[in-house]
Design a protein around this ligand. Structure first.
Ligand SMILES: O=C(O)c1cc(=O)[nH]c(=O)n1[C@@H]1O[C@H](COP(=O)(O)O)[C@@H](O)[C@H]1O
Length: 273
């Protein structure tokens, strides 16, 4: 982010987008779509975030395309975030961690998105493997969809909301006193939607203190702007990696148009007030 700015481009090969790009809704279309995005913006943006579901719907051939895409991200020198939203009991979580975060795994990415619905501590195998292999995780805290609040804003007996507890748990992970001179950010990131409005203040959440990289979806197709992000995240804004999928992808398949869309959005993020 220091070198390339605060934009992540999501790679979401929806059937409708494939058709708009003149591609078939099959593995060959998926491969062409994925390669085009890497070629257009892979040397320009901080990260690419393939949406795993859109590869899974093609079965094993789609997963094979995803494997190649993750390898191509590494070759292009751009960070990859596998948007898989995994979460399960610890013993199964170890297998998910192995799939997405282990050196040499065919699906190894630089980071993976995780769902803490089974309890933050159930994510332990992924937290530990990420720390061990120099990777990262992004744990859902306040999601960008309107339905998220019904779970994430609710509080327990101490009235701290579910989202605030997840942020607190990530913050505790990101403090590693034994590490000596620490980098600004830890490896346990959080997902906080660009669309959450005043929720951070309402729920008394201090994101800046969490030292978490903040993956913020909702820019573009879901209606949020760079100015919304600036306002919503306030002091934590420098830690935000804003992610946009359809908002950028609709400019394709022309390479230059895709690049320009990403450049324009990146510039808006850099100058947001
Ligand atoms: O983890 C995510 O990236 C994510 C979390 C969230 O709260 N909201 C959200 O939209 N996402 C993902 O971000 C992408 C948003 O796509 P666009 O709305 O097309 O920019 C999709 O792949 C979503 O699954």
């Amino acid at each position: 982010m220091d070198r390339r700015g605060q934009l992540c481009v999501g790679i979401d090969p929806h059937p409708g987008l494939l058709a708009e790009w003149g591609l078939n809704d099959d593995a060959a279309g998926l491969e062409r779509f994925s390669r085009t995005v890497v070629e257009a913006v892979g040397e320009q943006v901080a990260a690419l975030k393939p949406q795993v579901a859109l590869y899974e719907r093609h079965g094993s051939t789609g997963i094979a395309v995803l494997e190649r895409l993750l390898a191509e991200c590494a070759d292009a020198g751009v960070l990859s975030i596998a948007d898989a939203k995994r979460g399960d009991i610890g013993s199964t979580m170890a297998a998910y961690a192995d799939a997405w975060l282990r050196d040499g795994s065919p699906l190894a990415a630089d980071a993976v998105t995780l769902s803490p619905y089974l309890g933050f501590e159930s994510l332990r195998p992924a937290l530990d493997l990420a720390a061990e292999t120099g990777r990262g995780v992004f744990v859902l805290a306040l999601t960008s969809n309107p339905e998220g609040a019904s779970v994430q804003h609710t509080g327990g007996p101490d009235s701290r909301s579910v989202a605030a507890r997840i942020v607190d748990a990530a913050a505790a992970e990101n403090v590693r006193p034994e590490a000596g001179a620490e980098p600004d950010l830890g490896s346990v990131g959080l997902v906080v939607g660009a669309t959450v409005g005043t929720a951070l203040a309402d729920l008394d959440i201090d994101l800046a203190a969490s030292r978490a990289p903040l993956l913020a979806p909702g820019l573009g197709a879901q209606g949020a702007t760079a100015a919304d992000l600036r306002r919503t995240f306030a002091a934590a804004y420098p830690n935000v990696l804003a992610t946009s999928s359809r908002g950028i992808l609709r400019a394709g398949p022309d390479l230059r148009s895709l690049r320009e869309a990403a450049l324009r959005t990146g510039a808006e993020l850099a100058s947001a007030r």
